[in-house]
Design a protein around this ligand. Structure first.
Ligand code: ATP
Length: 472
C-alpha cells in the first residue's frame, strides 16, 4: 500500500503553487497587493481548460443555452436597479487596537466553531451581529475589543470617463460586482436577434470585482476573480422542475467532468432567502487545505422575475416576453447557476495534490508530489524527454514534440536526470512522459510512462498521438 498525504494548509498550498508556476502573489516586487493573484504558465493553462470544459457543457452541448461576452463597465443605473448600490454589503468589525478589519459573520462563526458549535450567520444585520458579539464577549483574533459592526459596500468604484470634479456619488461608474447583470441587460437583444424561445439560458464567463474586506484565504476570496454564470429564463410554472434539473446537472459536472469524488461535495441550502428568491442551494467542496472544511463553490438560485422587473422599472423598457406556445405575455423568471472559476481551480488542485511514498528503481523509499488531476484537464498532456543530451536523441525528441503540439500542450525537457524530470512532470500533473532512448534510434519506438501507475509501455512513436487522445 502506498502512503499518501494531502495538502495540510493554505501556507503549504500557496508556496507550492508559486514554486510550481501555477499562482504568484500579485505585484510581488512592490511588496504584494492584497487579495489579488497572478496565474503563471501552468496556472493560466489550467484556467483555460476549466473555462473550456464549462463552456462545452453549458453552451456547446446544449440546445437551450447561448453565450455572451458583455462589458465589464455598464451604465451606472444597472447597479442601482440590481440593488447593489444600496445593499451589496458585508458587515465589518474593526479591532479597536490594531485597526485590522474582519468580517463580523466570519469572526462569530469561528468563535462558535472553536466550541464545536455551528451558527447560521446568513443575512444578519449589523445590529444583530453586534448583539451576538456583546452577548458572547467575542474578541478579535488578537484578543482585543471590537468596534461596533458596520456595513461596507463591496462595489469597486471607477472614475471612467469622469473628471475628478465630477467623481461623486451621482456620476460614479463601477467595475461589475457580478457578471449576470450584463446578461439581464442583453436579454431583449438576444431574444430579438436569435431564434431562441423560452425556456432558454444565457451563459457568460468573465471577471468580477469586489472590495472584499479581508481575504487571507489564498485564491478562495479575492478582490478580482472570474465568474462562470448561466441565467435560465423560464415561465414561473417551470421553476420547480427546472431547478431540480439544474441542481442535478451542476453536481454531475463537478463529479463527471471535473472528476471530484462525490463524498467531497455536498449541497447546502441557504437558511434565509433574500426576499425575492424562491430557492437557493450552494454546492460546497471539502477543502483539505482549509482543515477539511466544506465551503462554497457554486450557487444555484431561483431568483423569480425580480431582476428583469427591476431593470424594467429603472430603464422604462418593457421586459415582457410573449410566449407563443402558451399564448401568454409575462416577465420571465430566472434561475441562475453561478460558479467562481478561481474556486474551481483551487478545488482541482486541492483535490489532486498528493504526496506519495513510493519505491524507487533501487528499491528504496522515495517521496513524490503528484497532481492526480483528471487527465483531460491537466495543463501539459505529455512531456518529451530525450534520455541523453546528444544530437540524435534531441532531434528525434524535438520532431515528436512538433508532431504533437498542434493537438496538445506538450513540453520538451532535457535537463537533469530522467528520474528528476519524471518528478517535475508528476508535480504539475502531466499524464504522460515519453522518453526517447537508445532503442528509439533503432526501431522508432518510445516509452510512455503513466503519471498515476508510473508503469511504462513501449509503442511506436507514430502511435503516440492516438494513444494520448484515446487515454485522456
Ligand atoms: P460568499 O458568501 O463566499 O461571499 P457569495 O455568496 O457572495 O460568496 P455569489 O455572489 O453567489 O457568492 O457568487 C457566485 C460565486 O462566485 C461563488 O459561489 C464563488 O464561487 C464566486 N465568488 C464570489 N466571490 C468571490 C471572491 N471574492 N473570490 C473568488 N470567487 C468568488
Amino acid at each position: 500500500m502506498k502512503k499518501e498525504r494531502k495538502l495540510k494548509d493554505l501556507n503549504e498550498f500557496q508556496s507550492w503553487a508559486k514554486e510550481s508556476a501555477f499562482v504568484y502573489p500579485s505585484s510581488e516586487i512592490y511588496g504584494g497587493f492584497a487579495a489579488v493573484y497572478d496565474y503563471g504558465p501552468y496556472g493560466s493553462i489550467l484556467l483555460k481548460n476549466i473555462r473550456d470544459a464549462w463552456w462545452k457543457s453549458m453552451v456547446q452541448e446544449r440546445d437551450d443555452v447561448v453565450g455572451l461576452d458583455s462589458g465589464i463597465f455598464m451604465h451606472p443605473t444597472t447597479w442601482l436597479a440590481s440593488g447593489h448600490v444600496g445593499g451589496f454589503a458585508d458587515v465589518l468589525v474593526e479591532d479597536k487596537k490594531t485597526n485590522i478589519r474582519y468580517r463580523a459573520d466570519h469572526l462569530i462563526e469561528k468563535f462558535f466553531a472553536e466550541k464545536g458549535e455551528t451558527v447560521d450567520m446568513d443575512k444578519k444585520t449589523p445590529e444583530e451581529l453586534q448583539q451576538i458579539i456583546e452577548e458572547n464577549d467575542i474578541k478579535s483574533p488578537d484578543g482585543n475589543e471590537l468596534a461596533a459592526p458596520r456595513s461596507f459596500n463591496l462595489l469597486v468604484k471607477s472614475n471612467l470617463g469622469s473628471t475628478d470634479a465630477s467623481f461623486d456619488e451621482k456620476n460614479v461608474t463601477y467595475l461589475r460586482g457580478e457578471t449576470c447583470q450584463g446578461i439581464y441587460l442583453n436579454f431583449k437583444n438576444i431574444i430579438s436577434t436569435t431564434r431562441k424561445k423560452l425556456p432558454m439560458g444565457i451563459a457568460q464567463i468573465g471577471k468580477a470585482f469586489r472590495n472584499e474586506i479581508v481575504a487571507r484565504q489564498f485564491i478562495f476570496r479575492t478582490r478580482e476573480f472570474e465568474q462562470m454564470e448561466m441565467q435560465y429564463f423560464h415561465h414561473p410554472d417551470d421553476t420547480e422542475k427546472k431547478y431540480e434539473e439544474w441542481k442535478k446537472d451542476r453536481m454531475k459536472w463537478h463529479t463527471d467532468v471535473l472528476g471530484i469524488p462525490e463524498d467531497s461535495l455536498r449541497f447546502k441550502e441557504h437558511a434565509k432567502l433574500i426576499f425575492y428568491a424562491t430557492a437557493a442551494f450552494d454546492i460546497q467542496y471539502k477543502f483539505n487545505s482549509m482543515g477539511d472544511a466544506f465551503d462554497e463553490l457554486e450557487g444555484i438560485h431561483a431568483r423569480s422575475n425580480y431582476d428583469l422587473t427591476q431593470h424594467a422599472k429603472h430603464s422604462g423598457e418593457k421586459m415582457e416576453y410573449f410566449d407563443q406556445s402558451r399564448n401568454e405575455k409575462y416577465i420571465p423568471h430566472i434561475m441562475e447557476t453561478s460558479v467562481g472559476l478561481n474556486r474551481i481551480f483551487m478545488m482541482l488542485l486541492d483535490d489532486a495534490w498528493t504526496e506519495e511514498q513510493i519505491e524507487n528503481a533501487k528499491g528504496e523509499t522515495d517521496t513524490r508530489i503528484v497532481l492526480k488531476i483528471k487527465k483531460s484537464l491537466a495543463p501539459i498532456k505529455a512531456a518529451i524527454l530525450p534520455l541523453m543530451r546528444k544530437p540524435d536523441f534531441q532531434s528525434k525528441a524535438l520532431d515528436l514534440k512538433k508532431s504533437l503540439q498542434s493537438e496538445f500542450m506538450v513540453e520538451y525537457d532535457e535537463t537533469a536526470s530522467i528520474g528528476k524530470r519524471y518528478r517535475r512532470q508528476d508535480e504539475i500533473g502531466t499524464p504522460y512522459c515519453i522518453t526517447v532512448d537508445h532503442q528509439t534510434l533503432e526501431d522508432n519506438s518510445v516509452t510512455v510512462r503513466d503519471r498515476d501507475s508510473m508503469k511504462q509501455i513501449r509503442i511506436n512513436s507514430d502511435e503516440v498521438m492516438d494513444y494520448i487522445k484515446e487515454n485522456l
